[in-house]
Design a protein around this ligand. Structure first.
Ligand SMILES: *Cc1c(COP(=O)(O)O)cnc(C)c1O
Length: 422
């Protein structure tokens, strides 16, 4: 995103043009920015640990066009469900380029996961005997809860530690791998995903140390090699202006150092280092363009836009901050204004007050930043306010990558029993 005078452009295309051509609310992604983000992480980590491979956690932005960009860059896919595995296959990713990190799996999930031939990151020891009933994967990984996790979004996306539902308790990890070894599994990996949106570089080597201690002991005790260790995602981005960014080089160098040190300490053959970032690749490469439709002067000035919690759930779900620009008015005097969507829910009043251009008026376009991750994928149809379109911008080119929903989409898959029709 950039300013041309007071006009906002994504890539080289003015948001006024995008709004006119595709309507609002509109998700817009910048292809070049996604590629740049991927390469930043890839270069930073490979510099310190060349045997490095990344998997894009597709839940963050599941448009096939976006997953294809990351596939072209060399990413595999990290999938949370069978349908996400099918999505990965749809864009040409399969086998060991796909990780299945779902949790609390059903028997069907397990069967289909086995049939698809992807790598399982089993979330608990209890799933292993259930899996072995249906087949025996050659390679197996467990998701370890190393006992600690954190996040810039508070408790909401802290994915490890005593209050998390994810991963195997450290005390059960040895038993899990022993059971897998005794069942005849030949190749092993290990996984963790301890938190999302972390901008503290030192966090990454710290949790890496915790995980490596657990699996190092396992490796020694059972005499097994770990082909890979997957440190999960979690690389954070700043959401508020002025918030410090993650020092990627520092995170990479310290993490690689810890990884090597612990591998040596436990006499392990150096495993491949895997990661599954998502937010870092797409978060700041996606925006929502919305329009102000109605302004109310009540207890305060409230601007109603077509961007609500149905379009972008994060503020209502996590209390997250998203920065908002007003096209054509950023240089004007500001005053405290509230901003909401059009749903019949007060959680949809997602900006209670914010300094915005004082002359904010009906018809103005807003641009919501950092909407590329956990944006469209969490959108829903409540109140008949249907899901927006998605557009991919590459320099001066824009292409529709998902059509806006319509009424047919709203009633798709519903049935009215005949006795209700008279
Ligand atoms: C969501 C998720 C990720 C991606 O997390 P980010 O914080 O967006 O990088 C990676 N791995 C797993 C298992 C996940 O559930």
């Amino acid at each position: 995103m950039k300013f041309i005078g007071d006009q906002i452009a994504i890539g080289e295309i003015p948001v006024t043009q995008l709004a006119e051509q595709y309507g609002t609310p509109l998700y817009v992604y910048d292809e070049q920015k996604i590629r740049k983000n991927f390469r930043k992480v890839s270069n930073a980590f490979s510099k310190y640990y060349p045997d490095f491979k990344m998997f894009f956690a597709v839940k963050a932005c599941n448009n096939p066009a976006i997953v294809n960009i990351l596939r072209q860059e060399g990413a595999g896919a990290d999938c949370a469900s069978v349908n996400e595995i099918l999505l990965a296959k749809y864009v040409g990713l399969g086998g060991e380029n796909v990780m299945f990190s779902g949790n609390f799996l059903s028997d069907d999930d397990i069967k289909q996961g086995l049939e698809s031939g992807v790598i399982f990151n089993l979330d608990d020891i209890s799933i292993l005997p259930r899996l072995l009933k249906f087949g025996k994967p050659e390679m197996l990984s467990f998701r370890v809860n190393p006992g600690y996790g954190k996040s810039n979004v508070g408790e909401y996306v802290t994915n490890a530690g005593p209050n998390a539902k994810f991963g195997i308790h450290p005390d059960k990890v040895l038993d899990a791998y022993r059971m897998a070894k005794e069942a005849g599994v030949k190749r092993f990996g290990a996984h963790m995903m301890t938190g999302s949106c972390i901008t503290d570089a030192e966090y990454f080597p710290f949790v890496t140390g915790l995980l490596m201690d657990i699996i190092g002991k396992t490796s020694k005790e059972l005499g097994i090699d770990f082909e890979f260790v997957d440190l999960g995602g979690g690389l954070g981005i700043p959401y508020k202006p002025g918030e410090p960014a993650l020092d990627l080089d520092k995170a990479a160098s310290l993490t690689a150092e810890m990884f090597r040190k612990k591998s040596e300490e436990y006499g392990m053959k150096p495993p491949q280092l895997k990661m599954e970032p998502a937010r870092y690749f797409v978060g700041n490469a996606g925006w929502i363009i919305g329009r102000v439709h109605s302004i109310k002067e009540s207890y305060k000035k409230i601007a109603g836009t077509d961007v609500g919690m149905n379009t972008l759930a994060r503020p209502a779900m996590y209390g997250s901050y998203h920065h908002i620009y007003v096209n054509g008015k950023e240089n004007e005097p500001r005053k405290s204004i509230g901003l909401c969507g059009q749903l019949c829910e007060n959680t949809d009043f997602w900006v209670k007050e914010r300094d915005l251009p004082a002359s904010l008026a009906e018809g103005d376009l807003i641009v919501v930043e950092n909407a590329g991750a956990y944006g469209f994928g969490m959108s829903y149809q409540y109140n008949g306010r249907l899901r927006p379109a998605e557009v991919l911008v590459n320099g001066t080119q824009a292409e529709l990558i998902r059509a806006r929903e319509n009424f047919d989409d709203m009633i798709r898959h519903t049935f009215v029993p005949s006795h209700l029709k008279s």
